[in-house]
Design a protein around this ligand. Structure first.
Ligand code: ADP
Ligand code: MG
Length: 399
């Protein structure tokens, strides 16, 4: 596929699909601008080349136009970050937008209104995509977080843009994923935790084809502990997946993948900071209690398994870490992965929060910006957004 650095964008009109889906408080103040800062390298590069820069994104899941889901607050924050006026247009297609696009000068930056105000965006509508691409010379996709969605601004647009390429953020996501899963330095260790085994089962099955060790923690582990025949009390567990869990463990054994589960856990009588809690082995979880975190022996065990790792891929916290009493397992994992001598790649919204909480952001090789998209990569899927760029490239290579 083509990347931004391979494309001549000098004084061209460049349409960049970004992910500005930032959290807003009830006064519509941006509470975290990480997603905006993540695409600054791409925007700055385009400005260095005196391109006319058009930015487009979704925000939230509006059903039609919704002032609470406007991208207008983002234009102000972005202005501050790039020290430059960012003109905001309260629409993303139509004659008004077209007029403004035509008047743009090299170095101008335009932010369009929420793409999802039009149903055509999520429907991957070709006519909507064609209108987005009107007057555009170069289309850049830098929105990894929506790469798993075949939406108009990531998919259908590639049929209408004269040139299509991946921005720096999308490039990094692809390269780091390649380094961790397709061509890793070994041993490759995957750590999977979090709450819902059902949404991550496909990823676990695919991981068995790639990894040398698989570490399971969080509520995810409960289903496996139960599948081994132990009781898990009132813990979060997926009873419909006990057979799959058993099968997965035997596949791991067959393939020679070292499979790690917690050996001890923190149990509590409720998921509350003031709840009574204690450490117990997985063999002795009391009937009325809840497994809320991995225990100290598991922290040591998992850390030992990480000692010789040269690549670590991590998704999902080790416990209900939002509650301080049950955060120790996850925070210890953050420190242990951060301090390992490995290429460390992390994905997942909650895992990201845990890393920030522990203050170790800078010690990770790469933190993915896309939870759902990252998970689909772990599942071994090809993302529609990336495929569209590859197909464009294939079609135009000969030309
Ligand atoms: P990510 O967003 O990193 O992919 P998930 O969304 O899959 O992670 O899971 C995160 C959630 O899992 C957190 O809200 C955390 O509280 C919860 N969780 C982890 N372990 C447990 C547990 N033992 N019991 C209940 N909830 C848990
Ligand atoms: Mg989550």
């Amino acid at each position: 596929m083509k990347y931004l650095q391979d494309v001549d964008i000098r004084e061209k009109t460049v349409f960049i699909r970004v992910d500005f889906n930032v959290p807003l408080d009830r006064n519509r103040n941006i509470t975290d601008d990480t997603r905006i800062r993540a695409v600054l390298p791409t925007i700055n590069h385009c400005l260095d080349e005196h391109a006319r820069v058009i930015l487009a994104s979704h925000l939230g899941r509006p059903k039609g136009p919704d002032p609470n889901k406007s991208l207008e607050p983002v234009s102000r924050r972005l202005s501050r970050l790039i020290h430059k006026t960012v003109e905001f247009v309260p629409d993303c297609i139509g004659p008004e937008v077209q007029k403004i696009k035509q008047k743009m000068q090299p170095g101008d930056v335009l932010l369009l209104e929420n793409l999802r105000f039009y149903p055509g965006e999520e429907k991957n509508d070709q006519d909507f995509a064609r209108q987005l691409m009107e007057g555009v010379d170069v289309y850049i996709n830098d929105a990894f977080a929506v790469g798993h969605r075949a939406h108009a601004s990531v998919h259908a647009v590639t049929l209408f843009a004269p040139i299509c390429a991946a921005g720096f953020l999308l490039r990094d996501e692809i390269l780091y994923f390649h380094k961790s899963m397709e061509d890793p330095a070994r041993p490759l260790v995957a750590i999977i935790g979090g709450a819902k085994i059902s949404s991550k089962l496909t990823a676990l099955i695919n991981l068995l084809k790639h990894v040398d060790k698989l570490i399971i923690g969080g509520a995810m582990a409960n289903t496996f502990i139960k599948a081994m025949g132990y009781q898990v009390g009132k813990s979060l567990v997926d009873d419909s997946l006990l057979d799959e869990a058993k099968e997965l463990m035997s596949t791991a054994l067959q393939k020679g993948v070292k499979f790690y589960l917690p050996v001890d856990v923190i149990v509590a009588d409720s998921l509350d900071n003031r709840a009574e809690n204690r450490v117990t082995t997985i063999q002795e979880v009391p009937a009325d209690w809840i497994i809320a975190d991995i225990g100290p022996a598991s922290i040591t065990l998992f850390n030992e398994a990480l000692q010789d790792a040269r690549t670590v891929v991590w998704n999902g916290p080790m416990g209900a870490f939002e509650i301080e009493a049950f955060s120790r397992g996850t925070l210890a994992m953050v420190h242990n992965v951060a301090n390992s001598f490995a290429l460390t790649i992390v994905g997942g919204g909650d895992t990201d929060v845990a890393i920030h909480k522990a203050g170790e952001v800078n010690k990770f090789s790469y933190i993915s910006t896309g939870g759902g998209a990252f998970l689909e990569l772990l599942e071994g899927k090809k993302l529609p957004g990336i495929l569209a760029l590859e197909e464009w490239h294939k079609k135009h290579q000969s030309a």
